[in-house]
Design a protein around this ligand. Structure first.
Ligand SMILES: [Zn+2]
Length: 131
């Protein structure tokens, strides 16, 4: 992924983060009564928007941090990764024995027949092949 894409995600994360901060700051003092009225379960609690703000703050911060890590990875790690991967593109698959070039040959100086380079005697005339 490109660095610019990560920056866009980072800005979006910052917006969510700021919304979260705004909600937390705005509603931290506003308490609401929750639970069945007139019972022992009725109690004072944080405003629902405050709780939403905390979630938005955490999520926004998470997105922002992820985008920074992603941008750094794109900028510094990806070039090395691509360079590393390109090393494998250049290598050819191993040659199978059938595709190997024929072994070098020498010619008999007596009859001119073709012989393997490691042959001691000519295949045709049987004379010794000089080394
Ligand atoms: Zn020969």
């Amino acid at each position: 992924m490109k660095v610019t894409n990560w920056l866009i995600i980072g800005v979006m994360g910052l917006i969510v983060l700021f919304i979260g901060v705004f909600l937390v700051v705005s509603y931290q003092d506003k308490r609401v009564m929750v639970g069945p009225p007139g019972t022992i379960f009725e109690h004072e609690d944080y405003h629902p928007y405050y709780k939403c703000g905390v979630v938005a703050l955490v999520v926004g911060l998470g997105i922002f941090v992820t985008s920074i890590v992603g941008a750094l990875a794109s900028a510094y790690v990806e070039p090395y990764l691509e360079k590393w991967l390109r090393r494998f593109e250049g290598t050819k698959p191993l040659q199978s024995p059938l595709q190997l070039p024929p072994p070098p040959v020498i010619y008999c100086r007596h009859c001119g027949a073709e012989n393997r380079s490691d042959a001691k005697f000519c295949q045709k005339c049987g004379k010794r092949i000089a080394e």
